[in-house]
Every structure is written in structure tokens, then in C-alpha cells.
Design a protein around this ligand. Structure first.
Ligand SMILES: [Zn+2]
Ligand SMILES: [Zn+2]
Length: 346
């Protein structure tokens, strides 16, 4: 066992605090990673605060992890000591079901093993990335290409793949009109990725506060959703809408922005159920869909795509002692656009 420094939540209401956790001894296929950076995702906050159902405490959250391989198990073939690597939202799956065989480990019928809050093959609860090191089986470790800085690569492991996968699945590219709802951690990556894929990109944000950033990151248009005219002006004008907002929105209003055969994909996860009027879908053969991260092969494809196009996340690097403050700032949308923790400060 390896004992490493970490930051943990001990209850739904206490601030996160320093602690130590144990990482398992290496199995033949395991990789020990020295974590260099760990991203702060909104899911971390939901989980730390038991907002998505009861959390088992103490918990170390964090599922945007970038680091360097320190040690490999005896049978590891994909990685060597010194490699730049990443870990995202899952660290294992059954690998045998039809979905796993198709490379859709995120939709494993037996439930993928979440990076934190899951149960590992050793029967122990998994602990995430707010730590100095992590042990992960090689098939769930990603290679971070040299073309991306490790800190800017970190948010790609969740925010990047969460938006890349639906953009690819619904074929964003030259000639398609993509709208991104919300200009936060997920939204800013959706803008960069959709633009790099060649799509025409529009941001739909509450206000025009981040308009300059949106246009700089690749958006062709930027509209405020607080302005009712936005919804009349843009009616029927998108092929794909990626909704990154995890608060409840008026879905019917957004669905009416879709052209015939258009799809609205939800990647944000509000706590309350969403409602949709059937007549927002029927008159234009529209679809309302969801999407969750991406498979391992697709996550690698996304990292390679980002390296090729010179893409990384817009980040603010913080020391571990600022995590609780950063949580409040995430909730206030006061970050451009992702916090990344310097793991040397755990
Ligand atoms: Zn996440
Ligand atoms: Zn499976």
C-alpha cells in the first residue's frame, strides 16, 4: 500500500480538508500515476455535498486527472515510467457486456466503476483525483499527447470528452449549425471543439458578459437568453444544441430553436425532472437526447484531436488550500473556465 496526501470531504456540510489515503499495491496491469493536476468539476461539488443521493464519507473526489507514470505493473504494455497520462470519470468496467465490447464502457450494463464513489475490483470504495497519486488499470489510462500542457489537458478528461462525444455522435462539422447553451467549464470546451470540427457555432448564454471570450474561443455568434427576442430570432435555426447547463431551463423554448431533424442533447444534469411538450418535438421531427462522457477509445481520440488542433481548456491553477473557495466561485459562475488544482500542494 502507498499512503498519499489528499483532500477529502467528511460530510455534506464540512469544508474539504487535508487527509491521507491508501492506494492499492500494483496488480500486473496497474499503473501508478503521480498526479500533477486535478480539475474541479461541478460533479465533485454535487458528490461532496450529497446532492446526487447520499455519499459515503470520507470521500476524495476529482475525475479530471493529469500526471506522469511513476511505476507500472509487471504485465503493463501500454505505458512506461515517465509517460504523460490522464484519468477521467471511470477507472474500470465489466469489459464483457455488449456496450463494453463496442467501446462504450461509459454505458457498461454492469455499471462502469466511477473514479470516485464507486467500488473497485478489490471491493473497496474508489477515491478520486484530489490526491498526490492514483493507481488505475492500464486499459482506463489515457495518453496525453506532448502537444498539450498537462494543466490545460486536465479538464479535457471530463469537460472535454463530455462535449466531444455528442458533437461527434451527432456529426458536428462543416455545414452544421451548433448551439452551445451555457458558457462554463463544459460550454467553453464545446465551443472550442465544435469550432475545430468546422461547425458554425452559436453560444446561448444568460447574459453577454462572456461574449468576448466566446467569440475568441471560436463562436461565430453569441446571444443572451435573457433577451426574449433571441428565441424568436433564432427559431428553427440549429441542427444540434448542446445543453451544458445543470439548472432547469425552459426546454420547449430551446427545442423550438432546432431545425427539422435537429437534436437537443443534454449533458448537464439538473436535480429536478425536466418536462418537454410533445409539440415541441413533433412538428419538426426533433429529438431530445442525453449523453454521458465517452468511451476510453473515444477519449483518446479526443485528446489526440485536441493536440492536433492546439486545444486545451482555459484554466485557473490553484493550490489545494483554495479548493473550498473555488467551490463557491464555481457555484457563482466566477471562473474562466475551469479550476485546476496543483497536486504538489495536497
Ligand atoms: Zn466531471
Ligand atoms: Zn460492461
Amino acid at each position: 500500500m502507498l499512503t498519499v496526501n489528499a483532500y477529502a470531504a467528511t460530510s455534506a456540510t464540512e469544508p474539504l480538508a487535508p487527509t491521507t489515503i491508501e492506494r492499492r499495491d500494483l496488480d500486473p496491469h496497474d499503473v501508478l500515476i503521480d498526479i500533477k493536476f486535478s480539475g474541479i468539476c461541478h460533479s465533485d461539488i454535487h458528490t461532496a455535498r450529497s446532492e446526487w443521493g447520499p455519499t459515503t464519507y470520507p470521500i476524495v473526489v476529482g475525475h479530471e486527472i493529469a500526471g506522469v507514470v511513476r511505476e507500472v505493473g509487471s504485465a503493463v504494455t501500454k505505458f512506461a515510467v515517465g509517460d504523460r497520462v490522464g484519468v477521467g470519470c471511470m477507472v474500470d468496467s465489466c469489459r464483457e457486456c455488449d456496450n463494453c465490447r463496442k467501446g462504450l464502457e461509459q454505458y457498461c450494463r454492469n455499471g462502469n466503476v466511477q473514479t470516485y464513489g464507486g467500488v473497485g475490483r478489490d471491493g473497496k470504495p474508489t477515491q478520486g483525483g484530489y490526491a498526490q497519486a492514483i493507481v488505475v488499470t492500464e486499459d482506463f489510462v489515457l495518453r496525453i499527447p506532448d502537444g498539450i500542457e498537462l494543466d490545460a489537458a486536465t479538464p479535457l478528461l471530463c469537460a472535454g470528452i463530455t462535449t466531444y462525444s455528442p458533437l461527434r455522435h451527432w456529426k458536428a462539422g462543416p455545414g452544421t449549425r451548433v448551439a452551445v447553451v451555457g458558457m462554463g467549464g463544459l460550454g467553453h470546451m464545446a465551443v472550442k471543439l465544435a469550432h475545430a470540427m468546422g461547425a458554425e457555432v452559436t453560444v446561448l448564454s444568460q447574459s453577454l458578459k462572456k461574449q468576448e471570450d466566446g467569440l475568441r474561443l471560436g463562436a461565430d455568434q453569441y446571444h443572451a437568453t435573457s433577451d426574449a427576442e433571441t428565441f424568436t430570432k433564432l427559431a428553427g435555426s440549429f441542427d444540434l444544441i448542446i445543453n451544458t447547463v445543470s439548472a432547469k431551463i425552459d426546454l420547449d423554448a430551446y427545442l423550438r430553436l432546432l431545425a427539422v431533424d435537429g437534436t437537443l442533447v443534454n449533458v448537464g444534469a439538473p436535480e429536478d425532472p425536466l418536462s418537454v411538450h410533445a409539440f415541441s418535438l413533433i412538428p419538426a421531427r426533433r429529438s431530445f437526447a442525453g449523453s454521458m462522457i465517452g468511451g476510453i477509445a473515444e477519449t483518446q481520440e479526443m485528446l489526440d484531436f485536441c493536440a492536433e488542433h492546439g486545444l486545451g481548456a482555459e484554466i485557473e491553477v490553484i493550490p489545494a488550500e483554495k479548493i473550498n473557495e473555488a467551490y463557491e466561485r464555481v457555484l457563482a459562475s466566477d471562473v474562466r473556465y475551469r479550476f485546476v488544482i496543483d497536486a504538489s500542494t495536497f
